[in-house]
Design a protein around this ligand. Structure first.
Ligand SMILES: *Cc1c(COP(=O)(O)O)cnc(C)c1O
Length: 389
């Protein structure tokens, strides 16, 4: 075992069960470890490096901003923050952006905006946030409360009050909500990522949108993982033809630097005034400059390609007798193998592929611009690992 692994084990809090390799460099969809072994990166740091490792265009944007100013307090204006906000609003139809540093923080802001809308317009007892079972919304105490999975809750009670979770795809539960007068917001992922790459149905999501509209409940779509081109649209809700009131995003937005964004729609666009929310690092000019370069590259042509590659992956895995099901959209794919997903992912690592799990599935989140030949190679190796397990 190399030095770095020993130092890390000794000094870094043991919250991550890391694989025993040290990644030192890479290019595009190829990562390299300290022994010089190469891997095809089918995880992108959990959907973060949207255009791969050490991507030239993203690096140019980041370095050119680094050479100007690396950080400024939010007491002053900076160009990348303003330009990124403008681009996100033009492309999504949302009206205002609050920037933070992570998905959890983007969701915290979404929850704050929804609660403030509800208490401003009604009263502060109308404060419940509804989420779905199996969802994942982050690791802060409030976003853990929002996360509809008991396994995340028990260590850290009491969590923030005011959250309930309902079964996804059960429209009776939505009808039950209609009888309550204390609901401020409903928060969903259109494709649940950590929960197992579960794609919600068109009908169900439309039903949620209708309920939210009819009852003046704020509809929050968590696009932390699904957003920024990952699911074959700029944001996954666009595949469903719905209009959320709030969209949160992070992961792939910054392309590898920390950045969260909460997109505020018409209803809540003026919900915050001076001092109502804030973040020291939020809207960092280097992160925003990189993100702007990424959002600008996510055009119709790229998205078509993302969908084509996603379809290829789905078709290939569906052919295998050792695969029970394939789920997801665009380049966010879940594969349910007959064998044990964690073991298979370990085996893939040994065979030069970095990939992820999500519950009992293998999860793939390759770079949006992954080279087709590299993708084919990775798919063939993963299928072999599944069939040998
Ligand atoms: C990863 C994730 C989060 C949390 O993001 P962090 O940047 O780790 O705080 C929230 N929601 C979803 C859907 C995610 O996939």
């Amino acid at each position: 075992m190399n030095d770095i692994i020993n130092i890390d084990k000794k000094y870094v809090a043991s919250t991550y069960n890391r694989f025993p390799i040290e990644i030192i460099s890479g290019k595009g969809s190829i990562a390299r470890d300290s022994d010089g072994k190469e891997y095809i990166d089918m995880g992108c740091g959990i959907g973060v490096t949207s255009f791969g490792i050490s991507d030239e265009i993203w690096k140019d944007a980041v370095i050119s901003q680094l050479n100007k100013v690396q950080h400024m307090s939010n007491l002053y204006y900076t160009e990348p923050c303003a330009k990124l906000a403008e681009e996100l609003c033009i492309r999504s139809g949302m009206k205002k952006i609050f920037f933070s540093n992570s998905g959890a923080e983007a969701n915290e802001c979404a929850i704050k905006a929804a609660r403030k809308y509800s208490s401003d317009k009604y009263d502060n007892t109308r404060n419940i946030i509804v989420t779905l079972k199996n969802s994942f919304h982050g690791r802060t105490l409030t976003t853990l409360a929002a996360t509809g999975q008991d396994c995340f809750h028990k260590l850290y009670t009491p969590l923030t009050p005011g959250f309930i979770s309902i079964d996804a795809e059960n429209t009776d539960e939505i009808d039950t909500l209609k009888k309550r007068n204390d609901i401020a917001a409903i928060m969903i992922e259109c494709i649940q990522g950590e929960g197992g790459v579960n794609t919600l149905s068109h009908e169900y999501i439309k039903k949620i949108e209708q309920y939210a509209y009819d009852y003046d409940v704020i509809l929050i779509v968590d696009e932390v993982q699904t957003g920024n081109g990952r699911c074959g649209a700029l944001y996954s809700y666009m595949n469903y033809g719905i209009t959320p009131d709030i969209v949160s995003t992070a992961k792939g937005l910054g392309g590898g630097l920390p950045l969260g964004a909460t997109l505020l729609g018409d209803k809540v666009k003026n919900i915050f005034s001076y001092g109502d929310n804030g973040s020291t690092f939020g809207g960092n000019p280097v992160s925003c400059a990189g993100a702007l370069s990424i959002i600008k590259r996510i055009d119709e042509k790229l998205l078509k390609d993302v969908n084509k590659k996603g379809k290829y992956i789905k078709d290939e895995f569906s052919k295998s007798k050792c695969v029970e099901s394939v789920s997801g959209m665009g380049l966010m794919i879940g594969i349910k193998p007959k064998g044990d997903a964690k073991k298979i992912v370990g085996k893939c690592l040994g065979n030069g592929i970095l990939c992820l799990t999500a519950k009992d599935k293998i999860r793939l989140l390759p770079a949006l611009n992954i080279d087709f030949d590299i993708l084919k190679k990775a798919v063939n190796i993963i299928i072999k690992c599944i069939e040998e397990e």
